[in-house]
Design a protein around this ligand. Structure first.
Ligand code: CO8
Length: 257
């Protein structure tokens, strides 16, 4: 598969997607979103892949949706052509996706990072939803995911003023899982992704699905869902292997079965 706007590699059991439009600070045009989905389709179908890492450059994870591409859009066109569907597909993947964010993660770039399961940020990362400066609002989930991630007050602050928030504030707010030095960003994120990919894939997928439920349903419904999923994992060979390995003081040999 020849990609023009991303680089795609596998590192052991980890799929690595690097956004690659340096001339536009990785601004997310339709082609790039399409290519991310193609790469994710491949990783989802590849039984050898257990986790995906999505990253950008040292200067920009992504500086937003491509403003020049959006500039001449009309209301009916924007409403009818449903470009949002391609973005939504990124946020509905089954295998975990970890965002490694350095530099700017603005507008659609921040939204793309939030579609991932968690974010590891470099110390130079800058997050923001500056759409208000363009006379619009976030359109790929920013008003919803940012508010759920960091709460109403801070989400309102960022979305209404359009200001940027540094890595330290983003970690304090709960938007990012950890902050690491820029030079270590990819290595640290790959290490986390490798650790995930080494687990039993059914348990990883079910853990992800269960955490996602917390955003969708009541506490009681979520607890019921978790209990069913927990019980169902006792039907896997990997549960037997994982617990036997603990008792025998050895590393488990998971077979995703
Ligand atoms: N779109 C298009 N081009 C961009 C974008 C962008 N979002 N961001 C940067 N670029 C381009 C610049 O135009 C410039 O190109 P050129 O050299 O040809 O003029 C190049 O990248 C380098 O940018 P700068 O010279 O501006 O670099 P600076 O280091 O001076 O500034 C900033 C960096 C502060 C990040 C600045 O580029 C900036 O403010 N960018 C725009 C940030 C922004 O407003 N993002 C939000 C966009 S709107 C959005 O994301 C809505 C999402 C809804 C999705 C729904 C889809 C259906």
């Amino acid at each position: 598969m020849a990609y023009e706007t991303i680089l795609v590699e596998t590192r052991g059991k980890v799929g690595l997607i690097t956004l690659n439009r340096p001339q536009a600070l990785n601004a997310l045009n339709g082609q790039l979103i399409g290519e991310i989905n193609q790469a994710l389709d491949g990783f989802e179908a590849d039984a050898g892949i257990g986790c995906v890492v999505l990253t950008g450059s040292e200067k920009a994870f992504a500086a937003g949706a491509d403003i020049k591409e959006m500039q001449s859009r009309s209301f009916p066109g924007t409403y009818l052509d449903d470009k949002f569907a391609d973005w939504d597909r990124i946020g509905r993947r089954r295998k975990p996706i970890v965002a490694a964010v350095a530099g700017f993660a603005l507008g659609g770039g921040c939204e793309l990072a939030m579609m991932c399961d968690f974010i590891i940020a470099a110390d130079n990362a800058k997050f923001g939803q500056p759409e208000i400066n363009l006379g619009v609002i976030p359109g790929a989930g920013g008003t919803q995911r940012l508010t759920k991630a960091i709460g109403k007050s801070k989400a309102m602050d960022l979305i209404l003023t359009g200001r940027m928030m540094g890595a330290e504030e983003a970690e304090r707010s709960g938007l990012v899982a950890r902050v690491v030095p820029l030079a270590d960003l990819l290595a640290e994120t790959l290490k986390a992704a490798e650790a995930i990919a080494a687990k039993s894939l059914p348990s990883v997928l079910m853990a992800k699905e269960s955490v996602e439920r917390a955003f969708e349903v009541t506490l009681q419904e979520g607890l019921r869902f978790e209990r069913r999923v927990f019980a169902s994992l006792f039907a896997t060979a990997d549960q037997k292997e994982g617990m036997a390995a603990f008792a025998e003081k050895r590393k488990p040999d998971f077979r995703n079965a």
